[in-house]
Design a protein around this ligand. Structure first.
Ligand SMILES: Cc1cc2nc3c(=O)[nH]c(=O)nc-3n(C[C@H](O)[C@H](O)[C@H](O)COP(=O)(O)OP(=O)(O)OC[C@H]3O[C@@H](n4cnc5c(N)ncnc54)[C@H](O)[C@@H]3O)c2cc1C
Length: 458
């Protein structure tokens, strides 16, 4: 499969997707970074800006943006995988609020950086509308707003919408209310990651593509072409992390899949809305997400693809016809104007990383020089930028507001060995799907889904 076929986004970047030269042989560097997605590239970007003398080498098995960074839903949001309540339980109220404020500032920082670097990624800061279409979903919308208020966030951060207000933003079938936050921008994710790769090269960072890393050890990265010796090594491999020696149980790769329609005419958009290119979702359990693209398509995705035994990641897992069909059905249910005559032109997917306690984390072990960031679940488009700035501070030894945030240095427990992992993750998916189906029938919230969420520590 050519790189362009990996996602609608990669098929529309305005540059050749030929790999940069691979690592030529043994090399010395100050910082070696494994993975050229947003995490690796933002880390290189902020490090190189802070200290232009640093020798920074990024090693990528395929091409920059091959992973989730070139395939995602393009929500650059202030969402963080752990809720405010969950963060407060573990780290205290102040830390939870600081984390949320840092995420909001990160959305603004990505906007600033793409403008400063001239990265044309269809940036549209239209916020996010999350719809409620059943009683159970309305209950979760109210609960989300109550939680925000309890932590000092006002309507300017998260507003409760009545049916009319929600439908004015996104006129999905049967909308009864929802929530709206301005803290999100829709982006073209592949233009962002490819533009970022060029931006770090302008800062004299070296990117070697077509260079698989077989092992990360203190002071060195091992590839078939040679080693990069570096006192600091950053692991930025997210959903692919379980393939590295010793990391099998660090995160589970969960697949998220997407479809995109043909460009829709103005009359159709007049009926759907999303006039400010708001990203949209609803308050169901199995996450769905969408955006109106700059060229007038509806790009729409969801989780729910099966987890594969042994945390395996394979290109074929990106394509699950049953999930694509379910996404297409859901689109038609949400927007009857998108009937069978409206063509879906693109289908794709990719792996994201989920830690056992659902916590994203970033850190540097000073004793070994090994650094990492990941476990963003489906919230990495902006969180990777916060990770990159934080890693730069940690590596340069700067104490800052960022290095004091509660996710820094957090160590998630490892996932269960197989077959328990396979049983638990796939059972969880089934519980969430059946909860959504039951709620759609009865309107009442599912107790089983809430219990399972607690088991996962979500
Ligand atoms: C379909 C989909 C939709 C999503 N939607 C959203 C969204 O709307 N908003 C949001 O915030 N998040 C979303 N996410 C999640 C988000 O895309 C990720 O959290 C983010 O891109 C992670 O970036 P990363 O750089 O850490 O990982 P990746 O982008 O996966 O990059 C990892 C890189 O490491 C390379 N690599 C791996 N192993 C090796 C090795 N051994 N040697 C060399 N290189 C290696 C890979 O080839 C890859 O390029 C979505 C994810 C998917 C899959």
């Amino acid at each position: 499969m050519s790189y362009r076929e990996l996602s609608y986004w990669l098929s529309t970047v305005d540059e050749p997707l030929a790999a940069r030269p691979p690592l030529p042989g043994d090399t010395d560097a100050d910082v070696a970074i494994v993975g050229a997605g947003y995490t690796g590239l933002w880390t290189a970007y902020y490090l190189a800006r802070a200290d232009p003398a640093l020798r920074i080498v990024v090693l990528e098995r395929e091409i920059a943006g091959y992973g989730a960074s070139g395939r995602n839903g393009g929500w650059c949001s202030a969402l963080f995988p752990t809720s405010l309540t969950g963060l407060a339980r573990r780290h205290g109220r102040g830390a939870a609020t600081a984390m949320q404020r840092a995420m909001q500032a990160t959305v603004r920082e990505v906007g600033r950086a793409v403008a400063a670097e001239g990265i044309d990624c269809d940036w549209a800061p239209g916020g996010t509308v999350v719809l409620a279409r059943t009683d159970a979903q309305l209950g979760r919308a109210r609960a989300a707003v109550e939680e925000a208020r309890a932590f000092g966030f006002g309507p300017e951060d998260l507003a409760l919408l009545d049916a009319g207000e929600a439908a004015a933003r996104c006129a999905a079938e049967g909308v009864r209310g929802g929530t709206y936050t301005p803290h999100c921008a829709a982006v073209h994710p592949a233009k962002l990651v490819r533009g970022l790769a060029r931006a770090v090269e302008r800062l004299d960072v070296t990117i070697h593509e077509g260079t698989p890393v077989h092992e990360i050890r203190p002071g060195a990265v091992v590839t078939p072409a040679g080693r990069v010796r570096a006192p600091v090594v950053v692991r930025a491999t997210e959903g692919y992390t379980p393939e590295l020696p010793g990391q099998r149980r660090a995160v589970v790769p969960v697949y998220s899949l997407m479809v995109a329609t043909e460009p829709l005419p103005a009359e159709t958009w007049a009926r759907i809305g999303l006039a400010e290119r708001e990203t949209f979702s609803d308050h169901r359990h199995v996450v769905i997400y969408g955006q109106r693209t700059a060229d007038g398509r509806l790009a729409f995705g969801g989780r729910g693809a099966p987890y594969h035994f042994g945390s395996r990641v394979r290109p074929g897992y990106d394509r699950e016809p049953a999930v694509f069909a379910a996404l297409r059905r859901t689109l038609g249910e949400l927007f009857p104007v998108l009937g069978p005559d409206v063509a879906v032109t693109h289908r794709w997917g990719g792996p994201l990383g989920v830690a056992r306690d659902w916590s994203a984390s970033v850190g540097l072990d000073r004793a070994t020089g090994l650094a990492w960031a990941g476990g963003y679940v489906g919230d990495g488009v902006s969180t990777t930028n916060l990770a990159g700035r934080t890693l730069a501070d940690l590596i340069l030894g700067a104490e800052s507001d960022l290095t004091a945030l509660p996710w820094v240095g957090h160590r998630s427990p490892r996932w269960e060995p197989e077959p328990l992992r396979w049983l638990a993750v796939n059972a969880g998916l089934r519980v969430m799907f059946s909860a959504d189906a039951a709620e759609a029938r009865t309107g009442r919230p599912s107790r089983r889904a809430a219990l399972f969420g607690r088991f996962l520590g979500h």
